[in-house]
Design a protein around this ligand. Structure first.
Ligand SMILES: [Fe+2]
Ligand SMILES: [Fe+2]
Length: 167
């Protein structure tokens, strides 16, 4: 976005901007997840982060397809929200001494990221449909489904054991 001109004029422009935002976010997430794999103690949590890393790499490819379907070159724009979420995740996990408590902290941080992704994909799908791009909406829906499934798995892990071990 320019400082003196308003670059986003239409819903289509806004859609493309949001795509660029989530494209940036997904890249940042692929950089953050390996550190979370390393920090996690619970083997299932470790595996969960590893699985979501592979999914995230695939989500990036799907986003590239969406850009192409919409006649755009894949491009990232800074997303201060994801930067902030990741920064906070690193700060908190750096401050937790106990390994069991650290697992609970990692889940909480990961769920904040998933919820951000869920809100973004929800909006993108609604805008794609409004713009008559059901093809884009379908691909974005696959990403959204993976984020929701990941969020659910994290909730189950937290509530079934990780929080109890941390207490
Ligand atoms: Fe994602
Ligand atoms: Fe995710």
């Amino acid at each position: 976005m320019g400082l003196f001109t308003k670059d986003i004029k239409t819903l289509d422009d806004l859609f493309v901007h949001a795509l660029q935002d989530i494209y940036y976010a997904e890249h940042q997430i692929t950089k953050a997840l390996p550190k979370m794999v390393e920090k996690a103690t619970d083997p299932q949590l470790k595996q969960g982060f590893q699985t979501h890393l592979a999914e995230t790499q695939n989500q990036i490819k799907r986003l590239e397809q969406v850009f192409e379907m919409h006649g755009q070159k894949p491009k990232a724009v800074d997303c201060p929200t994801i930067d902030g979420l990741i920064k906070e995740a690193n700060q908190v996990s750096g401050d937790v001494a106990d390994k069991q408590v650290l697992d609970a902290a990692l889940i909480a941080s990961a769920q904040a990221v998933e919820h951000y992704e869920i809100t973004r994909y929800g909006t993108l799908i609604a805008w794609a449909e409004q713009l008559g791009r059901s093809d884009c909406a379908r691909a974005l829906q696959q990403n959204l489904d993976e984020e929701k499934a990941t969020d659910k798995k994290l909730t189950v892990m937290a509530e079934s054991k990780v929080n109890r071990k941390a207490a």
